[in-house]
Design a protein around this ligand. Structure first.
Ligand SMILES: Nc1ncnc2c1ncn2[C@@H]1O[C@H](COP(=O)(O)OP(=O)(O)OP(=O)(O)O)[C@@H](O)[C@H]1O
Length: 291
């Protein structure tokens, strides 16, 4: 996989019993780009996200993440089924057993991929800053002794995590709300807090599932600015699912279009806008609005 690519998805399949949510999905994402995954309802967009982030174990295909200085086979680290030839290949068996025992979605996040959800999933009874500290739990000093003795190293680490939390609050313009309960924020602020929380896990690729859903035009504009800032000032790669075509066409460098679990087109906004397959499949009803 070329170094220019941060994600490569090949022949991805996801079947739920008889339902083929994804048939044969192929696309790749360039580092430091903003890409969008679009398609009609039920096309399989969220299923792709769930496979990328490890919420679903894909039925077949491969997902390679090239982040944090190494290449990660996402399907492998989630723990694959044993194969017949494992028993004659001890190394392969050992690796599969290891990931069966200790693998999971946490390894995908550690490999440099974070996500937000279609339905906001904050800790609503916690303050804004606490939400960001929870996201950094793995980076904290978890030594019981250091905590009880409140050592210098422990305090320094706590301060570092707080600084990091405020850094991302600044980026999403929520510093003023740091001590408010997350559940008390407006919908738009909660969406931005979700992005900050995901960023606190130090990803290189962030997947945003319908980040503009329920936002008014001013909030959508502010969100677009934040997404651009992530790419331009923080070297983050963004992959988003979005139904707001105005926003998608405005901020995306690359667009992948799904229909019935297949990629029917991919390219830049202008190419996608004028692609007859896309117009017929997805934009048909809104053709005039999009053009
Ligand atoms: N856990 C599941 N069990 C069974 N079927 C599922 C499951 N998750 C998704 N599907 C099916 O897979 C297909 C794709 O669903 P998915 O939610 O990925 O679509 P989507 O493109 O994200 O749609 P939307 O834009 O409405 O969010 C649908 O037919 C859906 O019913």
């Amino acid at each position: 996989m070329s170094d220019e690519l941060i994600l490569s998805v090949d022949n991805l399949m996801m079947h739920f019993g008889g339902i083929k949510a994804l048939n044969d999905v192929n696309f790749s994402i360039k580092r430091h780009s903003i890409s969008a995954l679009i398609g009609p309802n039920g096309a399989g967009k969220t299923t792709v996200f769930n496979c990328l982030t490890g919420f679903y174990s894909a039925t077949g295909g491969s997902i390679k993440l090239n982040a944090n200085g190494s290449s990660t086979n996402v399907i492998q680290v989630l723990g694959e089924f044993f194969q017949a030839d494992d028993f004659v290949k001890p190394r392969q068996f050992g690796s599969r057993l290891w990931y069966k025992l200790f693998g999971g979605t946490h390894l995908v996040n550690r490999a440099g991929l974070a996500r937000t959800f279609q339905n906001i999933r904050l800790f609503k009874e916690m303050s804004v800053v606490e939400n960001l500290l929870v996201a950094q739990h793995m980076l904290s000093n978890r030594s019981l002794l250091a905590g009880v003795l409140n050592t210098k190293g422990f305090r320094e680490k706590e301060n570092q995590l707080l600084d990091h939390a405020f850094y991302w609050l600044e980026v999403v313009d929520l510093v003023d709300c740091a001590n408010r309960l997350a559940g008390e924020l407006s919908y738009g602020q909660q969406r931005r807090l979700e992005i900050a929380r995901a960023m606190c896990t130090q990803p290189e690729l962030i997947c945003l599932d319908e980040p503009a859903a329920g936002l008014n035009p001013a909030e959508t504009h502010a969100l677009s600015q934040i997404i651009r800032r992530l790419r331009d000032q923080h070297a983050i790669t963004v992959l988003l699912i979005e139904h707001d075509m105005g926003m998608v066409m405005d901020i995306s460098d690359h667009i992948v279009v799904l229909e019935y679990g297949n990629v029917i087109a991919q390219g830049g906004p202008d190419a996608i806008k004028n692609d007859p397959k896309v117009i017929a499949a997805y934009l048909g009803a809104e053709e005039e609005e999009v053009a």
